[in-house]
Structure formats: C-alpha cells, structure tokens
Write a protein that binds this ligand. Structure first.
Ligand code: HEM
Length: 349
C-alpha cells in the first residue's frame, strides 16, 4: 500500500472495551479515523510526522480545559492532536490511573529533567511536515497564563508504509521496525486500551498508557559494525527476514535453535519476545529524530493497557542486551492517553 494512505483503525474494537465516552468533539482535529479510539492510535499507519510537546500546567482550576482548548485551536488543517497526561497532573493523586507514575530511571539511562516528564503531552501528527511545524509554532506563540512548554521534539517515519496489516518504518540504524506489532486492529486495541474490568477510574476506561523514551543512537559506532554483526544484535535482517530464513511476517522456529546459533539468545528480538505464542502486550509506534550535531535516534513510543505487563516487563528483559551499548536514553516519560470525548476534562477539571 502506498505511503500516506490513511489506514484507519475503525471503532469496532472500541465497543469491546466498554467505552462510554461521548466521542465526537474529542481529540481529533481533522481526524480521519474512528472517534472511539484516541487520536494517537486511530490510524494503523501512524502519520509520517509528529511533534511531542510537553506542557507544565500545574493544577489551577480550569487550566486543563483551557490548555486543551488552546492547543486544539492552534492545530493546522490536516493535523491530528491528541493528549496524554503525566502523573504530576494528579497531585493530589485523586482519580489517577492506577499504574501512572513518573518514569523511573532504568539501567544506563541519563534522563535530562529538562527533556523528561510533564503534566500534559500534546501529540501533533500529520503526513505534512509543514502542518506539524506550523502547529508547533502556534502553540509556542500562544501566551497562556496556564502553561509553560517543558520540552518539545519533532519526529518522522522514513519509508512509512503498511505491509500485511502492520505499519512499518525505517529507523536510523537502517532496520525496518514494526513487524512485531499486532497484525489486526482488534489485537492492537486489545493490547493498547484499558478495559472496564481493570479497576481504573471510570474516566480512564478506553484510554492507554503511553511510554515515551528519547533514545540517542551511536550511529557512528553502529555503522562500523558489519551488517551481519548488526543483524545478530537485532535478531532479524534489516528487511525483517528472520535469521533462520523465515519470512518477516511469519513466526521463526526458535525452538529449533535452543543455543542461539542462528539467532543469538541475547539478540533484541529474542529478549523482547522470547515466547512466540505470547507476544509482549504493547503496540510500538516510534519516530526517528534528528536534532543536528549527530544527535539522532528514536522517539520510542509504545501504548499498552497495562504498564507493568507491557513496557516494564520487556524493558527488564532487554537490560544489558548487546544493543544497549549503542543507545542512550536521555528523556521521555510515562503518560496516560485519555479516551476520546471530553468526559476526562470534565472529571479532572
Ligand atoms: C530504542 C532502541 C530500539 C531499537 C533500535 C529497536 C529496534 C527493533 C527492531 C529493528 C525490531 C525488529 C522489527 C520489529 O519487530 O519491529 C524490534 C522489535 C521489537 N522491539 Fe525493539 N528496538 C528498540 C527499543 C525497544 C524497547 C525499549 C522495547 C520495549 C521495552 C522494544 C521492544 C521490542 C519488541 C516487543 C519487538 C518485537 C519482537 C518480536 O515480536 O519479534 N524495543 N526492535
């Protein structure tokens, strides 16, 4: 399928999640997908360009409503705007999604507080770079007594496309990412959206925990390794084909390679998803960034209904992996994406 074609995650799965939000006027300025799914997850193929803008708003009465209104008003045509909420917004911790907390330091992280956390994360996305850029400028120029921009980063997805139901893009290490994501809309939403039986506050049902990690890549060092060495570190070929020759969209036979002769046991994919029958319950939708002066890498972003079983379990398994020496995580945060509609604003204001 051609890049830029809007592949929509329709609303069918949302009903299964017991969504009761009002829908409609919610998070999508110029959205082209189902109003039952948060803007960040509405399209199977993420938009080609994104800006993440972290705002500190404190908790004065009305600040949240005003912030959402002004950010939505700043959106250019052809952009979608979504919001995610940081733990600091819930102080005191009333009505907080029960797993939401400040993102901890993981081994090897060098989190810069100036590029981490925040009360509200605005997610501005479009297939047009200029539309994202202009929206960011409008937001930066908006004088609000309520917010300060804490941090901001732009991202893009080169070679953005859908193959066999999965959104794929090329990362700065020359590898294609996205194969390990679910191949159906239903499975994506099941992994990403909280459901009514999880004991979350009512307003948070049908939302999603979002993890953002700004990961700088040592591309010079990486490029000194041969393609074969790189592929053994990742555990797939650059084009996604498995090291035992299995096509990219089929399951490899790890059981036939118990010692890791073909696919090393400490390769990224074997550690990330050791049991092929139960894949990690996360949906990855990352963007590349390039801030000049060699500061390039990935805005790793993933969505899940359960933070501990999702990102945190996979991150723990990946600790100390051979890929880690090429990576430095410098920022990001844990956020909660509210369900569509404005019920969350009414509840939290
Ligand atoms: C930031 C640096 C990272 C790079 C360069 C990277 C790269 C890749 C690549 C190339 C693949 C194979 C293609 C695919 O399935 O998408 C992959 C798979 C995967 N990665 Fe990462 N990744 C990174 C970080 C992470 C993190 C932080 C997590 C989670 C904590 C993670 C979880 C996964 C999972 C679950 C898979 C799918 C495994 C499978 O089903 O085979 N990755 N990654």
């Amino acid at each position: 399928m051609a890049s830029g074609v809007a592949v929509v995650l329709a609303g069918g799965g949302a009903a299964a999640h017991g969504l009761t939000g009002k829908g409609g006027a919610g998070d999508g300025a110029g959205s082209d997908g189902s109003a039952d799914v948060p803007a960040q997850l509405r399209r199977l193929l993420p938009e080609k360009y994104v800006a993440l803008i972290s705002l500190d708003i404190g908790r004065p009465h009305g600040a949240l409503r005003e912030t959402v209104k002004r950010v939505r008003a700043a959106a250019e045509p052809d952009t979608s705007v979504g919001f995610a909420l940081g733990a600091t917004l819930f102080e005191p911790a009333k009505s907080i999604p029960h797993q939401l907390k400040e993102m901890p330091h993981f081994t090897g992280d060098l989190l810069d507080p100036v590029m981490s956390h925040g009360d509200v994360l605005a997610h501005v996305a479009s297939d047009k770079a200029a539309a994202v850029q202009k929206t960011v400028e409008h937001i930066r120029k908006t004088t609000s007594p309520h917010w300060t921009v804490r941090w901001h980063i732009n991202g893009s997805r080169p070679a953005n496309r859908v193959e066999n139901g999965r959104g794929l893009a090329r990362n700065p290490f020359h590898f294609t990412e996205g194969f390990g994501n679910p191949g159906t809309e239903r499975e994506s939403l099941d992994r990403a959206l909280t459901s009514a039986d999880q004991g979350e506050p009512r307003w948070a049902v049908g939302g999603s925990y979002q993890v953002v990690r700004i990961v700088r890549f040592a591309t010079d060092l990486w490029d000194k390794d041969s393609a074969r060495e790189q592929e053994r570190i990742i555990g797939r070929r650059r084009d996604g084909v498995w090291l035992d020759g299995t096509p990219a969209d089929e399951q490899p036979n790890f059981a036939a390679d118990p010692t890791g002769r073909l696919t090393p046991l400490d390769s990224h994919v074997r550690l990330a998803a050791p049991d092929r029958r139960t894949p990690p319950p996360i949906v990855r939708r990352s963007y590349n960034y390039d801030r000049g002066n060699g500061d390039t890498g990935i805005i790793f972003s993933c969505f899940q209904r359960d933070l501990a079983q999702g990102f945190e379990a996979a991150q723990k398994r990946l600790e100390g992996e051979p890929l880690a020496k090429y990576l430095l995580t410098t920022g990001g945060g844990y956020f909660f994406v509210p369900p569509p509609g404005d019920e969350w604003i009414d509840t939290l204001s």
